[in-house]
Design a protein. Structure first.
Length: 144
């Protein structure tokens, strides 16, 4: 969520809770009460099956964020959306970026600079575009 926090600043009090993999009564109640629940998952068919088949996590306030996403013919965003019946507007991704961790560390050291002003270089245009799209979809899910 650190990547997206700049987009939410102007919309008031935003609190981010990392619930880990907890699915206890308290956590599920917090998730139902939240304005937005972002569930980060890896691009793994098994992980998606586990989430959808063995848990009750299906809230109207959820968006699904695939981290380290790599478009692949067998399990891309379109297939995930169709197979698990997740609307396109609720399925987001952070593309795989080998330097992603370095970018985050560099941004953390330079908090005064907004994420939108941070230079990723010309070779990372798609990465930046997808992060911006994901942030906009989260704001849309919040009703902005």
């Amino acid at each position: 969520m650190d990547f997206f926090s700049v987009y939410f600043r102007k919309f008031g009090d935003i609190q981010c809770l990392d619930c880990k993999n907890n699915q206890d009564v308290r956590t599920l109640r917090l998730m139902r009460q939240a304005d937005l629940v972002v569930i980060a998952v890896h691009q793994s068919h098994r992980e998606f099956c586990d989430l959808f088949l063995s848990s009750g996590i299906r809230f109207s306030n959820c968006v699904w964020l695939i981290v380290d996403y790599i478009p692949e013919p067998g399990f891309d965003l379109a297939r995930i959306s169709l197979e698990f019946r997740i609307p396109d507007s609720r399925l987001l991704c952070v593309p795989y970026q080998p330097a992603g961790e370095k970018l985050l560390q560099k941004r953390n050291r330079s908090r005064s600079r907004a994420f939108t002003e941070f230079s990723f270089g010309l070779s990372n245009q798609d990465y930046r575009r997808e992060l911006t799209r994901s942030a906009q979809m989260m704001l849309k899910a919040l009703g902005f």
